[in-house]
Design a protein around this ligand. Structure first.
Ligand code: PMP
Length: 406
């Protein structure tokens, strides 16, 4: 249901859908992981207590039904992000595994010494380290696009850095630290102009804005289910069909072979080729329910709701002298800040006493911390269940922090 939050913005009122958020607890760590709505919990429970069986192998009806449900989730994901076909959707353990898969399979087969890839200063370690591992194996070189003063990836600078030697640009669609939103269409056009592919890390984008990979024109897209109100241990790699079809397997095992002998093994087409072993069956069903949940609310409504909460937060915290805000004013659902003379961990601990849960640390983005010149930040991040009351609780808690540290 929609209600007014008193500031002219439409506000969502969905807290009652989330049984693990007790009254009076301001959960402001959705960028780390989202709480689960009852509909997702029910879908997962029903899969285990009523319809459970393996997929793709069973000759009995229960398994055939579960296979249909598992593959229905793949179709649902394809529709959710605008993929041309469900065959372009590879189920993985999460964004981390998705990027490692691309680095190993696509990178390992397509890139050679002297090729370059372009990342940015604000990337999560999961979009840095897999490329370094690939660099160590292949001799590719990694370039890093800088940020603008307000914490966006500087696409003018990135464009000037790109050359014909660049084969891949890999960027966060939304920063998990600063909430800055990438102009993804421009990034795709820039990459393609030099013949490079564009990979987007969509972890923080899919929970807070409508994403259409066809409209963006990117080549790879990854996200984790658990940040989208779904289960942990599950995620999605999307790649354009012709790219995926040309990629070799990266893990071997059951379910990915066409015919196996000791002399020679042939492989299934994508996506099965990339899904060795018994998959996280129930994870797929949970993600399906999570997508149904967010689409029933509407991604545009979620974006407007979180943007309003961000504006309120930046206004309230910006009015406190000792607070330094990071990132742009129009960041998507995420606000990083520091308080002069107070370590972010102390901020987090005092806020916890006030029943406000934030994240304090480097957010798996140490190169970004270096660029900001801080060891860590405090970060408040929003979800569909948050309200102006949570912003109030955060601001009151921070006022208390500044009193304690005088
Ligand atoms: N990229 C971004 C932008 C993230 O926020 C995260 C999670 N913090 C990841 C990648 C990695 O996701 P996961 O740990 O679920 O694989």
């Amino acid at each position: 249901s929609l209600s007014r939050n008193g500031r002219g913005a439409e506000a969502l009122d969905l807290l009652a859908d989330f049984p693990a958020i007790p009254g009076g607890w301001a959960y402001l760590d959705t960028a780390a992981t989202a709480q689960k709505p009852q509909a997702v919990i029910d879908a997962i429970a029903r899969a285990y207590d009523t319809t459970y069986a393996t997929v793709h192998r069973g000759v009995y009806q229960r398994s055939a039904d579960m296979t249909l449900a598992y593959e229905a989730a793949r179709k649902r994901v394809a529709r959710f992000i605008g993929a041309a076909s469900a065959d372009e959707i590879v189920f993985v353990r999460g964004a981390t595994e998705g990027i490692n898969l691309v680095a190993e399979s696509w990178g390992g087969s397509q890139l050679k010494a002297g090729d370059r890839i372009l990342l940015s200063t604000l990337e999560h370690h999961s979009n840095i380290v897999p490329w370094q591992l690939l660099r160590d194996r292949t001799g590719i070189e990694i370039d890093v696009a800088p940020l603008t003063g307000d914490g966006r990836i500087d696409l003018d600078a990135a464009e000037a850095m790109l050359t014909e030697r660049h084969k891949l640009v890999a960027l966060a669609h939304v920063s998990n630290v600063l909430g800055s939103v990438l102009d993804a269409k421009r990034a795709a056009a820039m990459a393609h102009r030099v013949g490079a592919k564009l990979l987007l890390d969509g972890c923080q984008a899919v929970p807070r804005m409508a994403v259409d990979v066809a409209e963006i024109g990117c080549d790879f897209y990854v996200f984790s289910a658990h940040k989208l109100y779904g289960p942990t241990g599950f995620g999605v790699l999307w790649a354009r069909g012709e790219i995926l079809d040309a990629m070799p397997p990266w893990q071997g095992g059951g379910a990915m072979i066409d015919r196996a002998t000791f002399e020679r093994t042939t492989y299934m087409p994508a996506p099965a080729r990339f899904e060795a072993g018994t998959p996280h069956i129930v994870g797929a069903l949970g993600l399906h329910a999570a997508i149904d949940y967010v689409e029933a609310i509407g991604l545009d409504a979620i974006h407007a709701h979180e943007s309003a909460l961000v504006r309120m937060t930046r206004e309230r915290l910006g009015a406190i002298n000792s607070v330094r805000l990071f990132g742009p004013d129009d960041s998507a659902g995420i606000v990083s800040f520091a308080i002069e003379g107070v370590h972010p961990h102390d901020v987090g601990t005092i806020l916890d006493e006030e029943r406000v849960a934030i994240r304090a640390g480097h957010h798996c983005a140490q190169p970004l911390m270096d660029a900001l010149g801080v060891p860590a930040t405090a970060r408040a991040s929003f979800g569909v269940y948050n309200s102006a009351a949570d912003v109030d609780a955060l601001a009151r808690g921070i006022e208390r922090v500044t009193r304690i540290f005088g």
